[in-house]
Design a protein around this ligand. Structure first.
Ligand SMILES: C[S@@+](CC[C@H](N)C(=O)[O-])C[C@H]1O[C@@H](n2cnc3c(N)ncnc32)[C@H](O)[C@@H]1O
Length: 319
């Protein structure tokens, strides 16, 4: 049998062919490489964007889970001047200060009780309580812990009446039976000499009905309230309201130095022995007249002594 010998392809012929083929294909291969690179780059950017989106979504979900919007609606600042969301550290600091001023080992539970009172009052009432959360809690918790000599309470400047309602409740916590006297001009928007206040963040006008309703919402019994429309410096007002000695006097009306000085002079006359006089907004940079007049008053002849300060209130005791 004869076989036809096949011509072997030499390696030289092969590599030459491949090389020239590659040369021919090189532009197409380069183009392909560039396209793949571009796609990879785009994919990397897309992955990074997706990662960012995932992180943001996770944060949103965590936030919504920990603090839903309904929480903000209940405790946020809308409809009042500040929020009611003190941190644990805020409360610890405040409680330590209240304990120091009242000479107690601690005041954490009392501070928390005052907080519940504040939240409940503003939730049920109309309008708002004036001031920061720390200052309101400071007044509500400190005053009863200073053991005032009785529950006759005078508030000079009430705005919506909610704070006064809260203070009567706080006195009850110490077993003090309250009688509440309030003096306020009951102007639709609070009056402050030298300061033009045109609207209230709550949107509610101050009226006698509003104050009385708030006192009722706070649980204050109508027969224990004396609501006097007028100015604390008015001699007729003073004559009408100086019929008793008060165990607690909250001075929170005219915040000018002159107005505060006048209220302190009156407090000298009507404070019971051992009474607590609360100087609201003492040390508050916005109401410098309060500290100015208080310090000047305490430096003169007086039966009032500084017990201490909590947040932006000073607590004085009458001899
Ligand atoms: C800061 S607000 C009182 C806030 C209230 N004590 C509270 O804690 O929510 C001051 C109030 O005092 C009133 N006021 C201003 N001058 C006064 C005065 N001479 N005598 C009594 N009240 C006065 C204002 O109209 C306002 O209602």
């Amino acid at each position: 049998m004869t076989t036809t010998p096949t011509t072997p392809t030499t390696p030289t012929t092969l590599s030459l062919g491949a090389r020239s083929g590659r040369r021919l294909l090189q532009p197409a291969l380069d183009l392909l490489d560039r396209r793949i690179d571009r796609r990879l780059r785009t994919a990397r950017h897309e992955i990074a964007a997706l990662r960012r989106e995932l992180t943001a979504t996770r944060e949103e979900l965590t936030k919504a889970h920990l603090r839903p919007h309904s929480f903000d609606m209940l405790y946020g600042r809308d409809g009042r001047a500040g929020h009611r969301m003190p941190s644990r550290a805020d409360i610890d600091r405040l409680a330590a200060r209240i304990a120091a001023v009242t000479g107690r080992d601690g005041a954490y539970a009392e501070t928390v009780q005052a907080y519940r009172t504040l939240v409940e009052l503003e939730s049920r009432g109309v309008g708002r309580i004036a001031g920061s959360t720390a200052n309101i809690l400071g007044k509500l918790a400190t005053t009863p812990l200073l053991d005032p000599p009785g529950g006759d309470l005078l508030e000079i400047g009430t705005l919506y009446g909610l704070f006064a309602g809260g203070m009567t409740r706080q006195l009850l916590r110490r077993g003090l039976s309250y009688r509440l006297t309030i003096v306020d001009p009951i102007a639709p928007v609070q009056l402050q000499p030298g300061v033009a206040i045109t609207h209230d963040p709550s949107g509610t006008p101050v009226t006698e009905d509003v104050i009385r309703a708030n006192l009722a919402y706070a649980g204050v019994r109508a027969e224990r309230v004396r609501l006097h429309r007028g100015f604390s410096e008015d001699p007729d007002v003073r004559a009408a309201l100086s019929d008793r000695r008060y165990g607690v006097i909250v001075i929170d009306g005219d915040h000018s130095a002159q107005g505060v000085a006048r209220d302190l002079e009156w407090a000298e006359e009507i404070a019971a022995s051992g009474a607590i006089v609360v100087m609201d907004d003492y040390g508050d940079a916005k109401w410098q007249g309060v500290q100015e007049a208080t310090d000047r008053h305490l430096a003169g002849r007086t039966r009032l002594r500084m017990v201490g300060t909590v947040s932006t209130s000073a607590f004085l005791r009458a001899e």
